[in-house]
Design a protein around this ligand. Structure first.
Ligand code: MUC
Ligand code: MG
Length: 369
């Protein structure tokens, strides 16, 4: 059924340093997967992480090694007709964990199926409810004035009018001052949210969230440690400002456990954290059934992972906090023949078959490590 699975690691410089509490990125390392079917149809997937091993448990190098040594033989040795659900079941029986790699493989299989049936992926996973998605921009230069200038330019260009600020590496007081200065400079037309990337202790959470709530900040993302879901639930019930779980939301079972205790007001859904497009849809369903709002998250993937995510988020009934599918714009190199379309504060979800994008394979090879 499948002739080959190939993997590529690409190092692409960012347009400016991207400072987070877990790492400062000067470049992003994309892991791309190319699967070729027996009939010669090519599908692409992506398994990108952030800051080597500083954000998640899979590194670009370990993802590539596991795809080459374990996933590729399982896939190319399939002898009978199997659908994507059956292939994922077979992979899950043979391979524990490795959700990022599984997501990349599942994305490429859907890209092939879509091209075969001449349907966009959004239609194969349930059907899209929207053709474009609101996209925020992340301010993470580390400098208040630079962030304000950057945000004003984005508003003027009609590219973004919601901003997420990466905080947690300075003191709570300094971070709050930085956020409130940006909120004041941009006024009430811009939505300002913060991502603490799990940096705060309980006392820092109490102090920081209170001050940010008083400053009319719209949302606090992953303020405390991943496994401290009790504290996350306590913060959710204590404060009026929306509390979002990001790193804490992984696969569907764990999303269900968070939802049962209403541990957050909002879930950030990430296709790679979920382990695939179907699993990300499951998390979306669990959240909406539990009355938890949705946000379309990113692992700062390039065009392939970004568009795969866009197909998933286009099927969500409600997407109260929009998405952060901006990362291709943070990179200095284009790997598509035609770039993604960002206009009027939104990203267009392609309508053509599969992912609906065409990779510039010469460029991919030129950027490959
Ligand atoms: C995260 O934790 O949200 C998403 C946007 C960004 O700047 O970092 C990522 C990860
Ligand atoms: Mg986050």
């Amino acid at each position: 059924m499948y002739k080959s699975l190939e993997t590529f690691i690409l190092d692409i410089p960012t347009i400016r340093p991207h400072k987070m509490s877990v790492a400062t990125m000067q470049k992003q390392t994309l892991v791309l997967v190319k699967i070729t079917s027996a009939e010669g149809i090519v599908g692409w997937g992506e398994a990108t992480t952030i800051g080597g091993l500083s954000y998640g448990e899979e590194s670009p190098e370990s993802i590539k090694a596991n795809l080459d040594a374990y996933f590729a033989p399982l896939l190319t040795n399939i002898r009978s007709e199997m659908n994507i659900a059956q292939i994922m079941q077979m992979l899950n029986k043979n391979i524990v964990g490795n959700r990022f790699a599984k997501c990349a493989v599942q994305t490429a299989l859907f890209d092939i199926l879509g091209k075969k049936l001449d349907l966009p992926i959004s239609e194969l996973i349930g059907g899209r409810l929207r053709d474009s998605l609101p996209v925020l921009w992340v301010l993470a230069s580390g400098d208040t004035q630079k962030d304000i200038t950057e945000a004003k330019k984005m508003i003027e260009l009609k590219r973004h009018n919601a901003f997420k600020l990466k905080i947690g590496s300075r003191s709570v007081e300094e971070d709050v001052e930085h956020v409130i200065a940006i909120k004041k400079a941009l006024g009430k037309d811009a939505s300002i949210r913060v991502d603490v990337n799990r940096a705060w202790s309980k006392m820092q959470c109490m102090k920081g969230i209170k001050a940010l709530q008083d400053g009319n900040i719209d949302l606090i993302e992953q303020p405390c440690a991943i496994d401290n879901t009790e504290l996350l639930a306590e913060l959710t019930s204590r404060f009026d400002v929306a509390i979002m779980a990001d790193e804490a939301v992984m696969y569907p079972k764990n999303a269900y456990q968070l939802a049962k205790k209403h541990s957050a007001d909002v879930f950030a859904v990430k296709i790679e954290q979920a382990g695939g497009l179907m699993e990300a849809c499951d998390i979306g369903k669990i959240a909406s059934l539990a009355g938890i709002d949705l946000y379309g998250g990113t692992m700062l993937e390039g065009a392939v992972g970004t568009i795969a995510s866009a197909h998933v988020f286009s099927t969500f009934e409600s997407l109260a906090y929009g998405t952060e599918l901006f990362a291709p714009l943070l990179l200095t190199e284009e790997i598509l023949k035609e770039p993604l379309v960002y206009e009027s504060f939104e990203l267009k979800v392609p309508k053509s078959a599969g992912l609906g994008i065409a990779l510039d394979e010469e460029k991919v090879l030129a950027l490959t490590r």
